[in-house]
Design a protein. Structure first.
Ligand code: HEC
Ligand code: HEC
Ligand code: HEC
Ligand code: HEC
Ligand code: HEC
Length: 189
């Protein structure tokens, strides 16, 4: 009888030990999960392969469409190739040593024949159909959707274009167009 009781107590103790162990493991897991994304989020600027500034380039009078030439034609605006950068940076060398070091990275990529891998920030889910073409042809400004990119160093990463944002403008168009522009199938193919 006494023997069995002792066994029950020992069993009870080890169960609490297990509970404590699992709780500790769970806590560690929670801490890791919460710490990780925060860590990843504050590197948006430095994650880009070259410290490219929109402001520098638009201040020199370079048009958005010079670099994002596909925007007026098709679905994606696309990020300019190394070749496009080299069109100027074969000869354009900034005086400032830090800026010059950034330009050297472009020349290095060009010499090695590798692309610059830009991190994409404006990204719609796959179930959304968007095309730049009809918007640019309808004279909608880049800034209406992307904000004042020209005066920023790097476009903001936290920008989010929601369905309400798209619809607000579509419902504002001339009545003969609204039926099509509000149709689910226009944006969800
Ligand atoms: C000299 C070339 C150049 C010019 C001019 C330029 N861009 Fe860019 N653009 C880039 C490069 C390179 C990137 C990728 C790096 C980055 O995100 O900053 C980029 C990124 C962007 C992005 C973010 C894309 C994404 O999803 O990550 C937007 C939006 C954009 N440009 C809009 C504009 C607008 C609007 C203008 C005019 C005011 C403009 N750009 C002028 C080269 C250019
Ligand atoms: C139409 C010409 C032109 C094109 C195309 C161009 N740049 Fe520039 N870039 C300039 C000029 C002009 C400067 C300013 C140089 C100076 O300060 O003396 C500059 C400066 C820079 C600098 C120095 C840092 C700064 O902000 O001043 C970097 C980095 C740079 N460009 C990256 C790029 C990249 C990456 C591309 C391709 C996506 C690109 N540029 C395409 C003309 C151009
Ligand atoms: C009506 C809103 C709207 C307008 C106007 C607009 N864009 Fe965009 N842009 C978007 C959306 C939405 C995306 C994300 C597309 C995706 O993920 O499929 C995007 C993506 C981009 C990208 C990332 C690369 C790509 O093509 O996906 C660049 C660069 C860009 N836009 C530049 C521009 C420039 C430059 C202009 C003006 C000439 C412009 N955009 C006008 C909504 C717009
Ligand atoms: C600032 C106003 C505005 C915003 C914001 C906007 N659009 Fe548009 N959209 C237009 C206009 C104007 C047209 C062209 C209408 C025409 O002339 O046929 C258009 C056309 C389109 C078309 C082509 C329709 C066709 O005729 O087949 C699609 C697809 C589309 N928009 C999707 C989107 C999506 C997705 C978003 C959000 C990511 C969006 N639009 C945000 C104004 C806007
Ligand atoms: C003008 C473009 C446009 C039209 C028209 C449109 N949607 Fe969307 N829809 C979007 C965009 C953009 C998103 C993604 C929003 C995001 O990423 O937050 C979306 C997201 C959604 C989602 C995912 C849930 C959510 O809110 O993110 C559902 C479901 C949806 N749409 C259903 C519909 C239905 C049903 C219709 C017709 C009544 C419709 N949509 C018409 C642009 C549109």
């Amino acid at each position: 009888m006494g023997f069995r009781r002792a066994g029950v107590i020992a069993h009870g103790r080890s169960r609490w030990l297990w509970v404590a162990l699992i709780a500790a493991l769970f806590l560690t897991l929670v801490m890791v999960v919460y710490a990780a994304p925060r860590h990843a989020q504050d590197t948006t600027a430095s994650a880009q392969p070259v410290a490219f500034s929109h402001k520098t380039h638009t201040d020199k009078g370079i048009d958005c469409l010079y670099c994002h030439s596909n925007a007026s034609r098709g679905q994606v605006a696309s990020i300019p190739s190394v070749e496009k950068c080299m069109g100027c940076h074969q000869v354009v060398t900034p005086q400032d040593p830090r800026a010059k070091a950034e330009v050297e990275k472009i020349r290095d990529a060009w010499a090695r024949g590798v692309p610059l891998r830009w991190e994409k920030k404006f990204d719609q889910p796959d179930f959304v159909y968007f095309s730049h073409g009809p918007h640019i042809r309808a004279h909608i400004q880049c800034e209406d959707c992307h904000g004042d990119v020209g005066s920023q160093d790097m476009p903001k990463a936290d920008y989010h274009i929601t369905m309400g944002f798209c619809l607000n403008c579509h419902l504002d168009q001339s009545p003969d167009k609204v039926a099509k522009l509000r149709d689910c199938a226009t944006c969800h193919k």
